[in-house]
Design a binder for this molecule. Structure first.
Ligand code: PLP
Length: 378
């Protein structure tokens, strides 16, 4: 079955008795045992819930993994994966990862003796040099947030497996619709489901998919032990959202391409970061591992006054955190999503006070451009 069909049919007719097309919401905390020592397969919703199970199996199918797991947020998903590691273990993480991921590793997991090297993942030599005997995982996002650098997933996987360590990819920006890291050999995929998978700026959720059942089982054990599960109602909402993923991703993708090209020609825009532009250094690698560019782009304007003006004047585009929803959103990463990345690191990376990040929605591209035009007009 083609991916579009799999996407549209997540959770269809899971209730044999009624033949309900849509998966029911099993809003129950606990489940009756048929007899002593017997189970229906569901005992208590933290351990498993029928609605969440449909979602978890659905995302595992889309990513091509053995086990999917749904969490209360993307950060709960990141945290569950990090809990695979223990005191003395070392991680290699891209330096321009999502600010919340940077923070939880740098400020929370460091308290438990987990060490980390933040590196530029677009240079595989830097990754290789960072490996030490204690290294247990390499964690990447591609394209990166907000600078849209491209990481070579296959090179990361090869390096990781040659050194007997895990390759973990945060696939939030592209979703399995455009990129499937597990098929390239990655061990774990993480999502902030809040973004494109949920897609409507109305739900906070996270997902993990493990390529093999043994590792997936270990993360499931952590999920049940620590309890950051997605509830039945939110699981249902995410199943419903996923059904239109293909349509939404196509529109995000085509809109972002037009807008990136338009921004490139704007006199007040100094730089546009978008992997679909001809001059993007990671374009070839990106095209070898993804079937679309996604809906995210970042751009640099020529002054902080103009940043302030754009954020005040946008109308159709909303000045708000987050990304991946049907509505276009604009953010200033240096003071929002990446505020917890140390200033010197931000400056070195180019996450300046003039860098704006645009999550291109599914509105008409001409309307988004008109809005940007009036907001940038001085
Ligand atoms: C790439 C990436 N990973 C993880 C997260 C965390 O997800 P959540 O906000 O759902 O906890 C985010 C949030 O913006 C993100 O952009």
């Amino acid at each position: 079955m083609k991916l579009d069909s799999k996407i549209a049919h997540i959770g269809v007719c899971t209730d044999e008795k009624t033949g309900a097309i849509s998966t029911p919401v099993y809003q129950s905390a606990t489940f009756r045992h048929p007899a002593l020592g017997e189970s229906t397969g569901f005992d208590y919703t933290r351990s498993q819930n029928p609605t969440r199970k449909v979602l978890e199996e659905g995302i595992a199918t889309l990513e091509g993994g053995a086990i999917g797991l749904a969490f209360a947020s993307g950060m709960a998903a990141v945290t569950a994966v990090l809990l695979l590691y223990k005191t003395g273990d070392h991680l290699i993480v891209i330096e321009d990862c999502y600010g919340g991921t940077y923070r939880v590793i740098d400020k929370v997991f460091s308290n438990f003796g987990l060490t980390v090297s933040f590196i530029d993942g677009s240079h595989i030599d830097e990754v290789i040099q960072a490996i030490i005997p204690a290294t247990k995982a390499i964690i990447v996002e591609t394209p990166t947030n907000p600078l849209m650098k491209i990481i070579d997933i296959q090179a990361i996987v090869k390096t990781a497996h040659e050194n007997n360590i895990h390759a973990i990819v945060d696939n939030t920006f592209l979703t399995p619709y455009f990129q499937r890291p597990l098929e390239m050999g990655a061990d774990v995929v993480i999502h902030s489901g809040t973004k494109y998978l949920a897609g409507h700026n109305d739900l906070v959720c996270g997902l993990v998919v493990a390529r093999d059942a043994e590792l997936g089982g270990r993360i499931r054990y952590i999920q049940n032990s620590t309890g950051g599960i997605l509830g039945p109602n939110d699981s249902w909402l995410l199943i419903r959202s996923l059904k239109t993923l293909a349509l939404r991703m196509e529109k995000h993708n085509s809109n972002a391409k037009v807008i990136a090209e338009w921004l490139t020609n704007h006199p007040r825009v100094l730089n546009v970061y978008y992997p679909g532009l001809p001059g993007h250094p990671g374009k070839a690698v990106h095209e070898s591992q993804s079937s679309g560019y996604g809906g995210m782009l970042s751009f640099v304007v020529d002054s902080t006054q103009l940043v302030e003006q754009v954020l005040r004047k946008v109308k159709l585009i909303r000045f708000a955190e987050s990304l991946g929803g049907v509505e276009s959103l604009i953010t200033l990463p240096a003071v929002q999503t990446h505020a917890d990345v140390p200033v010197d690191v931000r400056e070195r990376l180019g996450i300046s006070d003039c860098l704006l990040r645009l999550s291109v929605g599914i509105e008409d591209a001409e309307d988004i451009i008109s809005d940007l035009e009036q907001a940038l007009f001085v």
